[in-house]
Design a protein around this ligand. Structure first.
Ligand code: MN
Length: 762
């Protein structure tokens, strides 16, 4: 081995540190400046040269010499701060599997520690994670036994997996998918459990790339497009915070932007059922300070500089995550009015966040074999418990459940009939499972078998269940599924299906829902109105039709639409008058309502039966004192007061009706009588000055006219629409009598949703 020339002799590109290592050991100089000893370097170099010779002539699918892979794995392990033995194991991890060398020879050349690591990794690589329940239990058992001997084995395995995932494009489609699925199901959660964020995020992104290539590319493109703008915003926020931290006397070691990895963006989109452009906090800031106490002070500065978003603050310093992760998290409204995520931590917390258990090796205790799991190491309690249970449990299934619960935290873990493992959120049902397998399986799901028995589709799945979905070509999703599915992915897909296949029905359903709330009168015009279009846009739809469809299949709630509607009509005041069911902000009704709020004496209210409630006079039938009235409990807008017999009230459920009546005593004693806006229509012979004559008669009686609109056509009677304010029924009847006295009047009627009676009928 020592006869080999130095780095230039190897037909593979080597990392700088390895070249340096080779030069110094071959020159037998001892200029070692870091913590590693000369013997460490010798061990590393010998392991490399040994692996190089053994793999010589072998190539990877990429066409590269095989040795490139062990070199890359060793490089990753060195970056994680691995000991010389770990780096050596990185070089040697595939030699027993792929060459003639035995594990005893490894021990002879490199010692017991390297043997243990190589042996552990070799065993792990034989595990097939996609097999049936019994053997799966065995697989996990073997994996944990390997961990028990030395947890570093898992770290070497993770580095191996990461490099294989990085070079996955050279593999066949089938093995790409299998590796990616395994990575998502087993290795990324393991990296997360060990707290090695660096490996976890990259594994997740690579698995994402091969499992959902289209979504991956889409998000990748979106992220690249907006990068510059996003970074500029972060730079500004960073400057503000740096200044404020300095003024507060906090020593800030670093504030920088932290791009989110693609899979986490995708998960967020799925979880919140949002499109990419609706996800605002794509990037986040990380603040690194010196002490725990400064973390909290920095938090105060952040919340003082930007408005915090309620419910977003999390104290993982006081309550660290099980994998030892510590940080303060908060969300604030940034300079551009968009949410900004902020993490605050010390340097040590940062190292642990990035490297997890490997932070031990990298930043504190270097080298050595102190990483074995012992009964005294509190940090590995979860693992120790697992091992203890393992010895107690005879039943493979029970053991498997325990492993699952601990390894995958909250996830439920079920199997396909072929033995593939599918992780699901707790509370997931057979439908969630079906959609997790494939959208088409979900969309055509007709039934399900769990552990061989037919079960209702709403059945909750448990760890270890074997789930078989029965599909039928003409089966399709039911809206009822939305009541029990647990995962947002399933909900999203059910809604997508409805959206696509039932558009007309959805529009009709959405129309009905909205009409019930806003009233029939003028509803069609309302839908075509500008404010309604604005409402659609505010709810992120291109058209009112899209909005109705979304309302129909439940993508938006009625409440949201009504809230937007109220916001819009507040701004576009003039429209309010043509819209039924909206409280008219005329002086009279406003005073009536305000009076109602400002006093607790019920005798002050002009209406009996709405004490302590917000109410308004319905615009569809505009009741006035002297008329029989009824109250309708609206959704979110208090009580609307209608005339009895109003067509809009006919369709209202009885539970929403409340008895009300005018308080005649209060109305009679008002120092300045309230008036109520109503609309009337007059048909008259078309002659010059007819409108003027009518207006003067009204004015004689002290009636205020809010608006008048006259329509004339040659040879036709004139049609006049008038908006007038009246005190009560008696005054209105009087108005009618006076106008009817005019000779040219053909007809006069009140406009509203009620059949008129008595004096108002001609
Ligand atoms: Mn390998």
């Amino acid at each position: 081995m020592s006869s080999l020339p130095i780095d230039s002799a190897f037909d593979v590109s080597l990392p700088e540190w390895l070249k340096k290592c080779l030069r110094e050991t071959s020159a037998k100089t001892n200029t070692v400046t870091d913590e590693r000893t000369y013997n460490d370097y010798v061990l590393i170099c010998n392991a490399f040269k040994f692996a190089y010779q053994l793999h010589e002539g072998q190539t990877r699918k990429s066409g590269e010499p095989y040795i490139a892979h062990p070199v890359a794995v060793a490089d990753l392990l060195r970056d994680l701060g691995g000991s010389a033995a770990m780096i050596a194991a990185g070089f040697l991890h595939d030699v027993v599997e792929d060459t003639e060398v035995t594990i005893e020879e490894i021990e002879n050349h490199f010692g017991a520690e390297v043997r243990l690591l190589v042996e552990g990794v070799t065993k792990l690589s034989k595990i097939n994670f996609t097999s049936k329940t019994e053997s799966q239990a065995e697989n996990f058992r073997r994996m944990f036994l390997a961990m028990a001997q030395d947890i570093r084995v898992i770290v070497v395995k993770l580095a191996d997996r990461l490099h294989n995932m990085r070079t996955l494009q050279y593999m066949s489609e089938a093995s790409r998918r299998r590796s990616a699925q395994e990575t998502r199901d087993i290795f990324a959660p393991l990296a997360n459990r060990l707290g090695i964020w660096r490996i976890k995020w990259e594994l997740e992104d690579l698995a994402f790339k091969y499992l959902e290539p289209e979504a991956f590319r889409e998000i990748q493109q979106h992220v690249a497009e907006k990068r510059t703008a996003r970074e500029e915003k972060l730079v500004k926020a960073t400057e503000v915070l740096k200044d404020r931290m300095r003024l507060a006397g906090i020593k800030c070691l670093d504030i920088s932007g932290r791009p989110k990895h693609l899979y986490s963006i995708y998960q967020k989109m799925q979880r919140q059922q949002k499109e990419f452009h609706e996800i605002y906090d794509l990037a986040a800031l990380r603040i690194i300070v010196e002490t725990n106490e400064e973390c909290y002070r920095a938090l105060a500065v952040v919340h003082d500089s930007f408005r915090p978003i309620p419910g977003r603050f999390k104290d993982y310093i006081g309550l660290p995550k099980p994998n030892r992760y510590q940080s303060l998290h908060t969300g604030v409204i940034g300079l551009t009015g968009r949410p900004l995520e902020i993490q605050i931590r010390t340097l040590e917390m940062h190292h642990i966040a990035e490297y997890g258990i490997a932070a031990h090796w990298k930043y504190k205790e270097t080298g050595g074999s102190h990483t074995q799991v012992t009964g005294t190491d509190e940090k590995f309690t979860w693992l120790r418990q697992l091992l203890e249970w393992q010895s107690d449990l005879k039943d493979a299934q029970e053991y498997l459940d325990n492993v699952r619960e601990n390894l995958f935290e909250d996830d439920v873990y079920v199997f396909t009939p072929k033995g593939d493992v599918v992780p699901l959120s707790p509370g997931s049902t057979t439908i969630d499972f079906a959609y997790r397998i494939h959208t088409e399986v979900g969309n055509h799901c007709a039934g399900a078998r769990v552990n061989g028995r037919i079960v209702p589709l709403s059945t909750h799945l448990h760890n270890g269940d074997i789930v078989d979905i029965i599909t039928q070509k003409n089966s399709h999703p039911s809206l009822d599924w939305l009541n029990f599915v647990r995962t947002s992915a399933a909900k999203y897909r059910i809604k997508q299906w409805y959206k696509r296949s039932h558009r007309d029905e959805n529009i009709a359903r959405g129309r009905d829902i909205l009409e019930k709330e806003l009233g029939k009168t003028g509803f069609d015009n309302l839908l075509k109105s500008h404010p309604m279009h604005t409402v659609a846009e505010k709810c992120n739809y291109h058209s009112v039709e899209d909005l109705l469809a979304a309302l129909g299949y439940g993508e938006v709630t009625l409440n949201l639409v009504l809230n937007r509607w109220r916001e819009v009509i507040k701004v576009e005041q003039p429209v309010a008058d043509i819209i039924p069911f909206i409280p008219k902000e005329s002086a009279s009704s406003k005073t009536a309502r305000e009076g109602h709020h400002t006093t607790s004496k019920t005798s002050d209210s002009p209406i009996i039966g709405v004490e302590g409630l917000v109410y308004y006079i319905a615009g569809c039938c505009t009741p006035i004192p002297g008329e029989a009235i009824i109250g309708v409990v609206t959704r979110g807008r208090g009580i609307s007061i209608h005339r009895q017999g109003c067509h809009n009230v006919e369709s209202v459920e009885c539970e929403r009706l409340i008895p009300v009546r005018w308080n005649t005593a209060v109305i009679a004693n008002q120092s300045r009588p309230h008036t109520y806006p109503i609309d009337i229509q007059i048909e008259a012979m078309d002659r010059v000055g007819i409108l003027k004559d009518i207006l003067s008669r009204l004015s004689d009686q002290g009636i205020n006219v809010r608006h008048a609109n006259v329509k004339t056509a040659l040879g036709q009677p004139a049609l006049m629409d008038l908006g007038i304010d009246v005190r009560d029924r008696t005054q209105l009847e009087n108005v009618f009598v006076q106008i009817k006295k005019m000779s040219d009047i053909l007809n006069i009627r009140r406009i509203g949703q009620v059949e008129e009676s008595g004096e108002l009928r001609i």
